[in-house]
Design a protein around this ligand. Structure first.
Ligand SMILES: *Cc1c(COP(=O)(O)O)cnc(C)c1O
Length: 477
């Protein structure tokens, strides 16, 4: 399998070449040259495989530069019941008839980002040792991504993590999760500023190519193809669980997924699964008040928001103004026309902050051919959904999952199982749970008392040079 850029760069790369990279050289995103097809016989063969074996089957369709036995081993050490708390790894639970929750949040940091990041940690360690190289990951986080990255990379050989976060702005639980790590290769940098300052610093460092090369700076953001690929697996796993044993000879049953969305990474993996032939009827994109994506799927207009126009909501991991993976889907929507994709994302978006596909036949295909639908939720919706789910099903869900469940109910079709992806556990967003229910959510035993653990964090001003100096000082090259 070779990978191409959505903006038409002539190079074709292999998996391990793009593993440690971000954007393609022309600013586009990497996608496979084609989507391997999975037929009914293959689906039947995969049904019943343990999660790590299913992951191996899917990954090996896309990765041909890691020997099969090594890839199988990496999947096996990643997706274990010890790390993800159950043999199913992503167990399904039925709420009302035909409505399911797929649990993706039982990994080390209690959010779905562990599903991909845990694999990434093992892939990075493997590939860096093969090359005899080191990598220094510089990131910015407002919560979930940073902790998922740190728990995935802790103790890994050849990798250091420098994670900036806005000083004092994460929830006490999130701060404790990250800052209590004592691993020597993990560096928490609390920046006196807001999340945008952290992001600007990371961008500025990445734009200093000499520094970047000298200190081998890398990232783990959501545009990384390996992260997306790892997420494809749980769409298959959810499908198998929701459709149960099937009669031989009958056409495979269809399902629908509802996906709490921000950067369009999670739901883009669903799109890839569907393009491979997984029988998905509908992919529901669930947004909060930051409704860039809902607006597009309703109107055909994609309009990036300014920082001032991005709301702080009670599902904060979806507070985005620009969906960084969206270009991948638009590329497919435009029948993989790279020059049109480039014209939209580089020229139009760069010039006007928006593009409009409303009059274009391609926009109609978003629902008719690609199965997309969307919804938007408010804070009041979140509270109502959390209360209702608690009362009727004795099931406590987090605020992001609540956005997904509300959207799912708006897009049900009769006889089609609907699977809502649970993207975090409620303890991460306890404040809103208390507002909805009047009491704190349960805390998994391994997190009891973490706020009292010693913290390993340094404070730095919102200054690029200060961050560079810290990184330089802590890379023994
Ligand atoms: C990251 C995140 C999301 C959004 O996922 P995208 O892949 O960015 O669309 C939703 N919910 C939670 C809890 C998250 O951490």
């Amino acid at each position: 399998m070779r990978y191409l850029s959505t903006r038409g760069h002539p190079d074709r790369r292999r998996f391990c070449e793009i593993l440690l990279e971000g954007l393609a050289p022309d600013g586009g995103l990497y996608l496979p040259e084609h989507y391997p097809q999975v037929d009914a016989a293959t689906l039947a063969k995969w049904r019943g495989l343990p999660y790590h074996a299913l992951a191996f089957e899917i990954l090996s369709l896309y990765i041909d530069d890691i020997p099969a036995e090594d890839l199988a081993r990496l999947c096996a050490i990643t997706y274990t019941a010890e790390v993800f708390e159950s043999d199913e790894i992503v167990p399904l639970r039925e709420l009302e008839d035909g409505m399911y929750l797929e649990a993706l949040s039982n990994g080390p940091t209690l959010a779905f980002k562990d599903m991909a990041m845990q694999l990434l940690g093992n892939l990075f360690e493997y590939e860096l040792s093969r090359r005899g190289q080191e990598l220094n990951i510089l990131g910015a986080t407002s919560g979930d991504t940073g902790s998922a990255a740190e728990y995935a990379m802790r103790g890994k050989k050849g990798v250091r993590v420098f994670m900036t976060s806005p000083d004092g702005r994460m929830s006490p639980f999130q701060q404790a999760q990250m800052f209590s790590l004592q691993d020597a290769n993990i560096h928490n940098l609390a920046i006196t500023g807001v999340f945008d300052d952290c992001q600007d610093i990371v961008k500025a460092v990445s734009n200093d190519l000499a520094f970047k090369r000298k200190y081998r700076i890398g990232t783990v953001n959501s545009i990384n193809w390996a992260r997306l690929l790892a997420q494809v697996v749980y769409y298959f796993a959810g499908y198998f669980q929701a459709t149960g044993a099937q009669d031989g000879g009958k056409p495979p049953r269809k399902v629908a997924f509802s996906v709490p969305s921000g950067n369009f990474g999670n739901v883009c993996a669903g799109h890839v699964a569907r393009m491979m032939g997984l029988p998905i009827e509908t992919l529901v994109v669930a947004t909060n008040e930051n409704d860039v994506l809902d607006e597009f799927f309703r109107t055909g207009v994609y309009r990036v928001r300014s920082a001032a126009d991005t709301h702080e909501t009670s599902s904060p991991s979806m507070d985005i103004s620009k969906a960084s993976n969206f270009e991948r889907f638009v590329f497919d929507l435009l029948d993989r026309d790279a020059s049109r994709t480039r014209a939209l994302f580089e020229d139009e978006l760069g010039r006007t902050g928006r593009f409009d596909l409303s009059g274009d036949p391609a926009f109609e295909r978003a629902s008719s051919r690609f199965g997309f639908a969307s919804s938007r939720s408010s804070h009041a919706d979140r509270l109502a959904t959390i209360r209702d789910t608690d009362q009727r099903f004795a099931c406590l869900i987090d605020t992001h999952t609540a956005d997904g469940l509300k959207a799912a109910r708006e897009h049900r079709s009769p006889g089609v199982p609907m699977i809502v992806l649970e993207t975090a556990l409620p303890i991460k967003f306890a404040e809103t749970i208390v507002e909805a229910l009047g009491h704190e959510p349960d805390r998994p035993a391994r997190f009891v008392g973490i706020e009292a653990l010693p913290k390993r964090v340094v404070q730095l001003p919102a200054d690029v040079e200060a961050v560079k100096a810290y990184v330089a000082q802590h890379c023994d090259r």
